[in-house]
Design a protein around this ligand. Structure first.
Ligand SMILES: C[S@@+](CC[C@H](N)C(=O)[O-])C[C@H]1O[C@@H](n2cnc3c(N)ncnc32)[C@H](O)[C@@H]1O
Length: 349
């Protein structure tokens, strides 16, 4: 299937758009929580503690406590917003779901980041959030002005066009069974997980059961998964407070690293391009991108000044190329078309 030219999604442009649309909400939440006056070092200790709990899957009902609410908002809220914004934008542009104003249920709303991003990307949507922790749901409701119900989503009856689960499915006992049920009840299922192996395994398992989704690598498996797993790593601009917090943390966030699967009825992405896994890497006499095609790592190489003939691309762009395979997995590029990039977008205007 040929991708219509109007569906190019300019990565750099929407990274900027995402950061800009997040800021007013972040400022509002900061005021609600009194974060401006809160000691930064203490906030950093709390963010580190919460991060450990999240990684170990032991965060449990952490958002009941005030310290965790503050730490979550200051450090994780912007990330949740930006990841959701990116994935939904890409979904809207590449899959073009056939509904202008979808009904969206946000499963595990937390403090409202994923919901706000969904509203920004689909402004006409009918949105509601489900969150089991009352304190968090109340905060999200006050911040967003949207409907957030205090409900356990594993037990609730959920129907609509899009089921959106951002960093919440892997907190449940049987995420695979739940995701399969959600798939039966919706036209699209969007699962976004932190860049960790259990999220990756869940999305791979779902791809096997449901079919070909939109994934960070565009393939249906990832041969890098022994050492790493399929993920996007985006150079997002975070709010100042989050940047200052990050500089105090031992494990600093360099990119937003996350994995996702978008499953939409009637759409198959098989054979749709190659996902860049690196920016352009320059070496003496040549330059190259690391990329992933159908789950296999490949290298797209340009000799001498050849790269200058092709449009600029960024890490995470989807590209199409023609070229000779000069050694296993290494292609000398003869033609390159960027499916997702600002450069392509500019060319269009
Ligand atoms: C890591 S947070 C993510 C919040 C938000 N989606 C975001 O991206 O910022 C996960 C949230 O899912 C909620 N959650 C997990 N399991 C749930 C369930 N069975 N029912 C309702 N909420 C749940 C947790 O309470 C938590 O607030």
């Amino acid at each position: 299937m040929k991708i219509p030219s109007s569906s190019y999604t300019p990565i750099e442009a929407f990274l900027r758009e995402a950061s800009n649309s997040l800021l007013p909400w972040f400022e509002r939440g900061k005021r609600m929580l009194g974060l401006e006056e809160y000691p930064l070092r203490r906030l950093a200790r709390e963010a580190a503690r919460l991060s450990d709990l999240l990684v170990k899957g032991r965060a449990g009902p952490y958002l009941k406590e005030e310290w965790a609410l503050r730490a979550y908002f200051a450090f994780f809220f912007p990330q949740g917003y930006l990841k959701t914004f990116f994935v939904l934008k890409e979904m809207g542009a590449l899959l073009r779901p056939p509904f202008p104003s979808p009904t969206i249920t946000d499963l595990g709303t937390g403090l409202g980041a994923s919901m706000l991003a969904a509203r920004e990307v689909f402004p006409g949507s009918d949105l509601r959030g489900l969150e089991r922790i009352k304190t968090a749901a109340e905060f999200a409701r006050e911040l967003t002005g949207l409907t957030v119900l205090v409900k356990d989503f594993t037990r609730a009856k959920i129907e609509g066009d899009i089921a959106l689960a951002v960093s919440s499915l892997s907190e449940t006992k049987d995420p695979l069974a739940l995701a399969q049920r959600l798939w039966k009840e919706h036209r699209c299922l969007v699962v976004i997980e932190p860049g960790w192996s259990r999220g990756y395994s869940l999305i791979m398992e779902l791809s096997r059961k449901i079919g070909s989704p939109l994934l960070p690598c565009g393939g249906s498996s990832c041969s890098l998964s022994k050492n790493d797993w399929c993920h996007a790593a985006l150079p997002f601009r975070l709010p100042d407070l989050t940047v200052r917090l990050n500089s105090l943390l031992r494990h600093k966030l360099k990119f937003l690293k996350f994995t996702y699967g978008v499953f939409c009825r009637g759409f198959s992405l098989k054979g749709w391009g190659v996902r860049l896994r690196s920016p352009l890497i320059k070496e003496k006499g040549k330059s190259y991108y690391l990329a992933c095609r159908g789950g296999k790592p490949i290298k797209l190489e340009f000799m001498g000044r050849a790269k200058g003939r092709f449009p600029q691309a960024f890490c995470c762009d989807l590209v199409d190329f023609k070229g000779k395979e000069v050694s296993p997995g290494v292609f000398r590029v003869e033609d390159l078309r960027v499916i997702t990039s600002e450069a392509m977008n500019k060319e269009e205007n």
